[in-house]
Design a protein around this ligand. Sequence first.
Ligand code: H76
Length: 441
Amino acid sequence: RLELKYGAQYTGKRTDAAMNKWRSNRFGQFIHWGLYAIPGGVWNGKTYNYAAEFLKSSAHISTATWDSLMYKFNPKKFNAKEWAKMAKKMGVKYMTITTKHHEGFCLWPSRYTDFNISNTPYKKDILKEIVDAYNAEGIDVNFYYSVLDWHNPDWRYDIKSKEDSIAFRRYLDFAENQLKELATNYPTVKAFWFDGTWDASVKKNGWWTLEVEKMLKSVRPGVIINSRLRADDYGSRHKDSNGELMGDYESGYERRLPDPVKDIKVTSWDWEACMTIPENQWGYHQDWSISHVKSPLELLEMLVHATSMGGNFLLNFGPKGDGSIRSEEQNIAKTIGDWMAVNGQVIYNCDYAGLKKQDWGYFTREKGSNQLNMVIFNVPVSGLLHVDVPKGMILKKAHFLTTPGQQIKVEEIAKNQYLLHMPIKLYTSPQVIVVECDNGK
Ligand SMILES: C#C[C@@H]1N[C@@H](C)[C@@H](O)[C@H]1O
């Protein structure tokens, strides 16, 4: 093992109340909103297919031109309470919002840069409106913060000279001041979601990433930090040079999920996957016909998949520049919310059940419960659901979550092997079967 000054500060899962709440939340809404929402992936009449929040670089727009978008940011259709109500109905328990994305524009009236909401026609502290509206709906709010900052002249992609080092040190002080400002002025914030930390300049300053983690945890005790902030003494990210996870949960799953067999080890630490609805658009893009757009059922399966492996699922929304939510996103929120209203108990406060993955779908288990949840996406033509159980576990009774009075036949076919007999019919939404187990302990 290497002696590290800036490596993991602890091993194993945090078990304090704040982390237990973060874990039990399971389902979150990501919101990417900034100046990039105004052009929405189109510049001078040309549509750029790459992620809309990267339009400045895709269309080779100068910083001066891009930054002047600030004078156009005036979301007339913005209504924080409507956003929060939609999120509540979708069934999310937390929301992570981009306080500052790579463009450097701040949704809050930061005292450390003029490139912020107070200098837009909107003027008001829009971040506070959003935090208050979501908190009022009982939804926890987390802050996304990009360390990468295209606006700040002290930002550096690498440190190649004394001048770079002096400038970047100024930048790190600026960023730390902004983070302290966010943690101080928005006291209900529950977690910080760092991004834009992949460049050599940050990897060469692992000390700063630990200093920021410690500062935030002292300003806001219990606050949760993602692994993406962290670099160790040797520039190793997410996991330190001894292979230990840094921060409080792994946040490397971006637009992908761990494999239920090959990546089963993720069940031993906390993690979160963040997901776009189109293939790769985080900020609002005017034209979603340029790529596949995931259906509500595809996204619902990803949520269940994440829960089944002990992870959180953060589904992204990209509000328009006028503050409205596009109809496709509203429809997805409604469809997922309708399912969650009936079946949310197999997601919230649920975790990896410890059983072998089967083709028909996913197992989840509520913490401390002797009830096994089976979420079925692929009904076998035989109607027979195969279940391999760990030694000592006995499956007793089963029924659909929604019809507790109708038993489903549970047939033991061999040692630690069962078949559940599902009525053969057309199912048009994921089915949930709950199974009473005897864990033999
Ligand atoms: C690349 C990249 C960024 N990481 C995602 C979470 C989005 O913020 C995207 O712009």
